[in-house]
Design a protein around this ligand. Sequence first.
Ligand SMILES: N[C@@H](Cc1c[nH]c[nH+]1)C(=O)O
Length: 415
Amino acid sequence: MKIDLPKGVRTFNPKESFILSWIEKSIEDNFKLWGYEKVILPLLEYYDAHKNVLNEEILKNTFRLVDRYEGETLILRPDFTVQIARYIASLQEKEFPVRLYYTGDVFRYVVPKGDNLYEKKQIGVELIGVDKIEADAEIIAIAISSLKKLSIENFQIDVNNVKIFKAITKILNLSQDQTKELFLYLKNREIYNIQAFLKDFDVNNKIKDFILNLPKLNIKADRLKELAKEYEDIEEISNALKELIVIYKILKEYQLDEYIVFDLCEPREFSYYTGIVFEIFIKDFPKIIGYGGRYDNLLSNYNGNHPATGFAFDLLAIYDYIIKTIEIKNEKDFYIIDTTEDKKLAYNIAKNLRTKGYTVARDIIKRDIDLSIDFAFKNGYKNVILITVENSGKKVYILKDKNKKEEASLEEILK
Ligand SMILES: N[C@@H](Cc1c[nH]c[nH+]1)C(=O)O
């Protein structure tokens, strides 16, 4: 019998789960502070509902199964954003703006190697019904404040606008295949390939220069302003740059501008994005910890036409960073070892302490007292309450470490 797990999934032991839940809860609490409400969405959806919306690559890698009763193909949720879009579109009554958050797993086939898992844990927000850039800024501000709540400070948000790439495909009049090709060159910053690609296009050098320079454009706001001026005559590009300037101004009002860098070459994986997009990095940490952006046309695929923006954190990426940098202790309060016949006193003390909000567990196992005491401290209990019989009466001791046993009265303990 196999008792191991398939590749691509992972168990978190109690200590790991404690840390993961702690991260999740801190972020969740912050989302609530911004007025976002939780939605719990199902893991299964119809394949048909999403097949025209998801990119080919993502669709190809969805986990599929056949519903025994309806015969329909179902998918394990590959993305929260499309699910939220379907959900909002399906509502009879809606009042905007809608502010929602979610936390859970998304499933996609990947090559299951190392920490590349089939099951990705995400926690994110979506703001539906507002097309203003202020909404995009709010999303970024929520991401930043969430990281600060986790005491993570050394992060950077790379902001881009997909309208820039869209403008380029339009100006160069690219076919679908050519669009994909250029997208990959830009994503991988392959300057020589971009150069070779552009050679045969009959467009002016100014445009070619702009495209060729994209991989190098990891810039602050001042340079962005210069660029918008330089490219004023190419309306679509300069408008896209101006949107970035607006979001920067708003984030400056939030006093969060120090975290913002513009990377005009950073495309996002999903094709539903229509405007400002971003990715979140921690300095000297190899994983992207969050991503998001505006997707104004996504809801129209599900019969609702509403602008929207949002983002999600990759919880496991944050987890990996936190376990390397911050010590989080899973401490518990009391461990009761009762060697007497009836356990009435132990139950009573435990009940009392629990009403006061303390964690209390009882030893239950029959073993040497010293072994029980060792077990308690090794497992994160801060106090041991030991109940014994002496001279045919019960005696209560409290231990704050394994060599310091002090007699205690009930009143003292319950205080
Ligand atoms: N669903 C996107 C992130 C996102 C949320 N909202 C907008 N974008 C992803 O997984 O990459």
